[in-house]
Design a protein around this ligand. Structure first.
Ligand SMILES: *Cc1c(COP(=O)(O)O)cnc(C)c1O
Length: 425
């Protein structure tokens, strides 16, 4: 059995400027967590904040907390903090709802902008996305298409590789909106968004970027890319907690001209005037619908504190290093042949994960989990390894690969208890 060089891995940890950040997280005992791309870990700051929000704010100050503890402005203040991590100047990001709901609003807003520009839908009504985009993104377009009719909004799917190889064949004068996820959730492929946006704009199309696997994982520059809209979640690399509210970005240049149909009272210019007629807020608040989930959003707010001391380029450097080291370890352990890496070979074209195709991926993943190495599985047969530079160490990668090596050598994954699928995979 080939040996893993733990001395070298420990040396990398000693040289790692981000190593101390790990102390800010609650790390389950003896657990190697490689699934921060699905659900980020809890921070000590969040744990404390939730205690304070429930004991003091809700518990004692009750309804006055809307003003006293600034609950009413939380969606915008948290939105601005997220904005700093995704290259968005203040006033363009708001924290609310889920990606799915925000996507519906952003899509509708994009169409409202084209309408405001006097673009007839007879000529421009297609929403271009990729066939292997995260399904909820496609489902939401299908929902809008059903609501308004396919003459008004029509989903068109392209193969990701084909789209990249020839943008002008796919982005045409019929394209109203290009809807892409920057980092593919299965393959980890990272798209050249700045180029795609420039191309789409040249054709008169608008772009919505899904940052689910980008925010907090890779440097993002929405303003300088000239993105029109973006959505993203906070429970993956931003560590906001299960089901934490998502965010939506609208470029400042569009804010005055857009409308969105989920025009709830929190998106009103004066929610507490209780006027019967809707009149949208002037700024990014117009993307709000109903009352924000304050406890959940407070968790996000506190979770973002760890990023205050972190430079996103430094984080990216470690993320690339972690994934390169993982690939080397697979080679050392003589596992690289069996695990077909479906992520791009070039690190610049990847987000912060690696995916491997293996016919037994599900059972292998279950066997890893039983040994406290938490990775995840994505259908049909991918083992996903997420790298979260804020709390993953190089030594942990060595231990994880050692476990994988043992599972493969002993064929432990063949045990029937690893073969049965659970509800959440
Ligand atoms: C995780 C993820 C989502 C999740 O959407 P929710 O509505 O917030 O549950 C959406 N899109 C992508 C690309 C994702 O990775």
């Amino acid at each position: 059995m080939s040996r893993i060089d733990f001395t070298a891995l420990k040396a990398l940890d000693r040289q790692d400027p981000l190593a101390p950040v790990r102390q800010q997280f609650v790390i389950p005992e003896d657990t190697i967590y490689l699934d921060g791309n699905s659900l980020g870990l809890l921070t000590h700051a969040t744990q404390q904040r939730l205690a304070e929000v429930t004991s003091q704010q809700w518990g004692q100050d009750v309804i006055s907390s809307w003003n006293q503890h600034n609950w009413v402005h939380l969606p915008a203040t948290v939105g601005d903090k997220i904005g700093q991590l995704i290259g968005a100047e203040a006033g363009q990001v708001i924290c609310c709802d889920s990606i799915s709901v925000n996507l519906f609003k952003a899509l509708s807003a994009a169409f409202s902008l084209l309408d405001a520009r006097g673009e007839p839908r007879t000529e421009r009504h297609q929403v271009l996305s990729t066939a292997d985009n995260f399904p909820t993104d496609l489902y939401m377009v299908q929902g809008l298409q059903q609501l308004v009719g396919s003459q008004q909004c029509e989903l068109v799917l392209a193969d990701e590789a084909e789209l990249l190889s020839d943008l002008s064949q796919h982005i045409t004068k019929q394209t109203a909106v290009v809807l892409l996820t920057e980092v593919n959730f299965r393959s980890g492929r990272r798209l050249p968004m700045a180029d795609i946006i420039a191309h789409a704009h040249a054709m008169g199309a608008l772009v919505i970027v899904d940052l689910a696997h980008s925010a907090g994982a890779v440097p993002v520059e929405l303003d300088s890319w000239r993105a029109d809209f973006a959505v993203g979640c906070t429970y993956k690399y931003l560590n906001g907690g299960p089901g934490a509210p998502a965010f939506v970005y609208v470029a400042k240049r569009h804010l005055a001209d857009i409308t969105q149909p989920l025009s709830g009272w929190f998106g009103h210019s004066q929610p507490f005037a209780f006027d019967a007629k809707f009149s949208a807020a002037a700024g990014i608040e117009k993307m709000l619908s109903g009352t924000p989930s304050i406890i959940a959003m407070s968790a996000v707010d506190a979770a973002l504190e760890v990023f205050e001391s972190v430079d996103m380029n430094q984080l990216r450097t470690k993320s690339v290093q972690l994934s390169e080291v993982f690939l080397e370890l697979l080679e050392q352990a003589e596992l690289a042949e069996q695990f077909d890496c479906i992520s791009p070979a070039e690190s610049a074209q990847r987000g912060s994960q690696l995916s491997f195709a293996h016919p037994q991926a599900y059972a292998i993943c279950q066997a890893l989990i039983e040994r406290n190495v938490i990775a995840d599985f994505r259908a049909p047969n991918y083992l996903r390894i997420g790298f979260t530079p804020l709390y993953t160490s190089f030594e942990e990668l060595g231990k994880a690969v050692q476990q994988l090596q043992d599972i493969m050598q002993t064929q432990a994954y063949l045990d029937p208890r690893f073969q049965a699928r659970q509800a959440v995979t």
